[in-house]
Design a binder for this molecule. Structure first.
Ligand code: S3P
Length: 441
């Protein structure tokens, strides 16, 4: 998708040092565009993620008749058309690589007076959509998928009714799709989760003036209200900061400051896991920004030890496992991950992709259906062999192996890295500025 290099060459260089800021939160940026588009009035978004995923969502709303201005990089003004102001597009709506974009949009589009087709790239076209189409069908939605329940989604818009639904998997995307459909439904939509997930949809609906009841693991709203434009300040994405938290933890001599990172507790499970492993990460200047907790993080190198990752942390660090696997490989002793089968249906099968890459760099790792057992290499001198790993077009895998390479015996070639631009534009430049060695192959 991006014009960037497809492969990287990364190598060991020096400690990570300095003060950085990572781009805006992907989850918040998607939702800000969506709710801004459906609101009455103009919503200002500050700190918008200029990634391919979130730009794809903005482009789709433009295709549906919403005017969106970009007065500055990371700024957007979304001129909302109101709940019923979208216009159907004769063309397919391309979500690119973004599962969040597609699943949340399906909820919005199911309740429209027009039909839509949602398509995605090769990775998204393999991802499971029945988790949303089945509960949306209970609401009266008519959505056809490809064989095996994968995209494209052919959505015939129409009347919806509220449901009371227990999510079988902890998924903020599924929860959000149902809540967004619930805006258009008659009566109440209630969603319960087996474990609380990120609550940005709930918080943002409230900020846009929609009455909603929510608590961890539970949300409930009634159709037929209005969204009123507001200002959204997007915090820096904890999931992007995560790569630097791990990199500075494992590279000896590092001390890195990461400013104004979003600290929503449903996102910061990795911080807890790393601390259990012995990481030295300090939170400074905790404060609120646009209704979200943020803090400056200071991370110093520390000797990590292997742990059994508490299963209760899994949903709060679901996007951070590729980085955690690298930390585990650098630790002293064994790390065990369980209860994380969802990793198999992310942008790639993250258990299989990480296992293949780690093995290629000399790390002993055993895959299990819902996790992995990783033998840490601390005490074995050089932590990773030189070699070649394939990210399978998965942004988070590519960035994770760039960290591993900083501790390798020689150069590591990382294949298929262009999709890093979906979530972290400028990663290469920022990583290089901290002291990492990373260049296009
Ligand atoms: C997201 C929810 C998570 C996460 C994804 C973003 C969101 O997905 O992995 O990167 O913004 O709601 P699931 O809901 O599939 O767990």
């Amino acid at each position: 998708m991006s014009g960037g290099a497809r492969d990287w060459i990364a190598a060991a260089r020096q400690p990570l040092r300095g003060r950085i800021r990572v781009p805006g939160d992907k989850s918040v940026s998607h939702r800000a565009v969506m709710l801004g588009a459906l609101a009455e009035g103009s919503t200002e978004i500050h700190g918008f993620l200029e990634g391919e995923d979130t730009r794809a969502t903005a482009a789709i709303f433009e295709q549906l008749g919403v005017r969106i201005e970009a007065p500055a990089a990371t700024g957007r003004i979304v001129h909302g058309v109101g709940l019923h102001g979208l216009r159907g597009s004769g063309q397919a709506l391309d979500c690119g690589n973004a599962g969040t974009g597609m699943r949340l949009l399906a909820g919005v589009l199911a309740g429209q007076a027009f039909d839509s087709v949602l398509v995605g790239d090769a990775s998204l076209s393999k991802r499971p959509m029945r988790r949303i189409t089945e509960p949306l069908a209970l609401m009266g939605a008519r959505i056809d998928t490809g064989a095996q329940g994968v995209p494209p989604l052919h959505i015939r818009g129409g009347a919806l009714r509220g449901i009371d639904y227990d999510l079988p998997v902890a998924s903020a995307q599924v929860k959000s799709a149902l809540l967004l459909a619930g805006l258009y439904a008659s009566g109440w939509t209630t969603v319960r989760e087996p474990h609380p997930t990120r609550d940005y949809t709930e918080r943002m609906l409230a900020a846009f003036g929609w009455p909603i009841e929510y608590a961890p693991g539970h949300a409930r709203l009634e159709g037929g209200h209005r969204l009123r434009a507001t200002r959204i300040d997007v915090p820096a994405d904890f999931s992007s900061a995560a790569f630097f938290l791990v990199a500075a933890s494992v590279v000896p001599g590092s001390e890195l400051h990461i400013d104004a990172v979003g600290m929503n507790p449903r996102r910061t499970g990795l911080l807890q896991a790393l601390r259990l492993m012995g990481a030295d990460i300090r939170e400074e200047n905790p404060r609120e920004q646009g209704g979200e907790p943020v803090a400056d993080l200071v991370v110093r190198h520390a000797v990590l030890r292997g742990i059994e990752v508490p299963e209760a942390l899994v949903p709060d660090m679901i996007d951070e496992f590729p980085a955690l696997f690298i930390a585990a490989a650098c630790a002293d002793g064994r790390t065990v991950v369980r209860g994380a089968a969802e990793l198999r249906v992310k942008e790639s099968d993250r258990i299989a992709t990480m296992a293949a890459g780690l093995r290629a760099l000399g790390v002993a790792i055993e895959e299990t259906p819902d996790g992995a057992v990783i033998e840490g290499r601390a005490g074995k001198g050089v932590l990773f062999d030189r070699g070649e790993v394939d990210s399978h077009g998965d942004h988070r895998i590519a960035m994770s192996f760039a960290i591993a390479a900083q501790l390798a015996r020689g150069e590591v070639r990382i294949r298929d890295t262009a999709n890093v631009a979906t979530s972290f534009p400028g990663f290469e430049t920022l990583a290089t500025r901290t002291g990492m060695t990373l260049k296009p192959a």
